[in-house]
Design a protein around this ligand. Structure first.
Ligand code: KIV
Length: 284
């Protein structure tokens, strides 16, 4: 399996193929996604809700992200791995943005980074790209700004807001991002946006007209204990499968059915006799 490049993604998009992206936060899931042929993996700041069980994405740290992104990168032989910049690791200054983006590349061995925001973060986007790091944009609903919106709300239902989102897409493309994620906007807004930008547009709750889709892995596997957004399709509900396996384990341990002979290590008869002799001579 050879590693995909951003150029390979562009080629697929130009051939009219759809790109499949999803999140991963650890080695085993990233390995399965990579083996299944996912094109791009985002180590999303959604880790804070999906894996750490917190209410929002705001408190995840750069150290948390690097720790998990390194495991994901190690698992991926083919997929492009993108590290997601946490809240307040790039908003504060261009310098902070470059230093923290650099950690995803040098410590976590990611191939690119993503950051939330449009026209407000052009300087940060340009600074990171000038440092040699590919940047993916993220516009529409920005989960790190949910206090500003008063919740996780679909963005761009009003024409004026939709226009601002399209302007953001144009601005981040001009700043040099290699692709844009657009989250939770009406599908016609995405279609219109695509007339104004030439880079790939990947959607999450942004309709079918995107060049590909991104999704949170826990959501499509039914491993979500919070509210499920409208756009999520549960492809396989693993909750009952995992629950059943855990209950079976508890019951077999309780009833001493597990472990049976096949799950034990065994000593040969000669060593057993020798051990008995040694114990006879052994005094405390
Ligand atoms: O953190 C995340 O999971 C995201 C989404 C775009 C999937 O940013």
């Amino acid at each position: 399996m050879s590693k995909l490049s951003i150029g390979d993604i562009y080629n697929k998009v130009h051939e009219g193929k759809k790109i499949a992206l999803m999140t991963a936060y650890d080695y085993p899931v990233a390995k399965l996604e990579d083996m299944a042929g996912i094109d791009m993996i985002l180590v999303g700041d959604s880790i804070n809700t999906t894996v750490f069980g917190r209410d929002d994405t705001l408190s995840v740290t750069m150290d948390d992200m690097v720790h998990h992104a390194e495991a994901v990168s190690r698992a991926c032989e083919r997929a492009i791995v993108v590290g997601d910049m946490p809240f307040m690791t790039y908003q504060t200054s261009v310098r902070d943005a470059i230093v923290n983006a650099g950690r995803f590349i040098s410590e976590a061995k990611c191939d690119a980074i993503k950051l939330e925001g449009g026209r407000n973060y052009i300087a940060q986007i340009k600074g990171i790209i000038n440092a040699g790091i590919p940047v993916m944009g993220h516009i529409g609903l920005l989960p790190q700004s949910y206090h500003k919106y008063g919740g996780y709300k679909v963005q761009g239902k009003k024409a004026e807001v939709a226009l601002e989102i399209i302007k953001d897409a144009i601005a981040v493309e001009k700043a040099g991002v290699f692709a844009i994620i657009v989250e939770s906007v009406p599908e016609n807004v995405t279609s219109l946006m695509k007339k104004y930008v030439s880079i790939p547009v990947f959607g999450i709750g942004a309709g079918s007209k995107c060049n590909g889709q991104i999704i949170v892995v826990n959501d499509i596997l039914g491993l979500n204990f919070g509210k499920t957004p409208k756009f999520v399709k549960v492809f396989k509900d693993l909750k009952p499968i995992i629950s059943e396996a855990i209950s079976d384990y508890i019951s077999e341990v309780s009833s001493a059915e597990y472990p049976t002979h096949e799950y034990e290590y065994h000593m040969n008869d000669t060593e057993k006799k020798r051990l008995e002799e040694l114990l006879k001579k052994f005094t405390l």
